[in-house]
Design a protein around this ligand. Structure first.
Ligand SMILES: [Zn+2]
Length: 259
């Protein structure tokens, strides 16, 4: 029997990125991007949603990603929005972390010392844990030095604070009979997605495999923050193939929820 499953995107707010072409589509020239009519205001600035997901499977509550906490003034709203849904921090049994970028883990660092979800194990892939534990310099990505430093510092803080709660698992780990992880590397080496099956169809929670809707139509347009761009393209193509061929839909952390 399939237990009752619900999937609820919970907004953490948003962040406005300047220079979106350089961040999201560095392969597309400034000249050419103006000719793409869709979402034309995105070429001046990109208002990116930050959207963790709450999965309820029977008695279990599983949160996918935790938002930007105090790092971004227009984000950090996950905690209030969970409360509005009647969900307390104590209710969360598992937190799945798609990857260790600050907008996905800083929601766990909103208090200087506390474990924010005291009853939850924090699941991330073994590959992701090994990568960030090796003090990566982030030479592969083309973003300002101070942002790289902030990314590394936030990952270090997270790994230190939560060492007793972190459970590093294979990229295809099964959490319940209806919920399993899948490998979605490229954006970071150990980036994972989450597949939820309700008995009729699957929902793929894809984290940052696609940052912007144009990445779906143009999977080759990798972002400047993708650590292994060729692998990002392969991951995107695999997900797109599943969306075309199977009864499944997709949720992305930075995508509009309606996609
Ligand atoms: Zn992100």
């Amino acid at each position: 029997m399939v237990s009752k499953i619900s999937i609820l995107p919970i907004s953490d707010g948003y962040h406005i990125y300047t220079e979106p072409r350089e961040l999201l589509f560095p392969k597309v020239s400034a000249e050419n991007i103006k000719n793409i009519p869709a979402r034309s205001n995105d070429w001046k600035e990109w208002k990116s949603p930050y959207t963790p997901t709450l999965i309820t499977d029977g008695a279990q509550k599983i949160l996918v990603d935790t938002g930007a906490g105090k790092l971004v003034p227009t984000a950090g709203q996950l905690h209030n929005n969970l409360k509005k849904e009647g969900v307390t921090h104590e209710d969360i049994d598992t937190v799945i972390i798609t990857h260790l970028h600050p907008d996905h883990i800083a929601g766990l660092l909103i208090d200087d010392s506390k474990m924010i979800f005291p009853n939850a194990n924090l699941l991330l892939s073994e590959v992701e844990l090994n990568y960030w534990s090796s003090n990566p310099k982030l030479d592969e990505i083309n973003i300002p030095h101070e942002i790289k430093k902030m990314i590394r510092t936030t990952a270090e803080q997270f790994l230190t604070r939560y060492s007793s709660k972190i459970k590093a698992v294979p990229m295809d780990f099964k959490i319940t009979p209806n919920i399993k992880l899948f490998a979605a590397p490229g954006h970071t080496p150990g980036h994972i997605g989450v597949e939820v099956n309700d008995g009729n169809k699957s929902t793929l929670i894809v984290g940052d495999a696609f940052l912007h809707p144009l990445h779906i139509a143009n999977p080759g347009w990798t972002a400047s923050v993708d650590i292994i761009p060729e692998t990002t393209i392969r991951t995107r193509r695999q997900i797109i193939k599943r969306l075309r061929n199977e009864a499944c839909s997709m949720l992305g952390f930075h995508l509009p929820v309606s996609i």
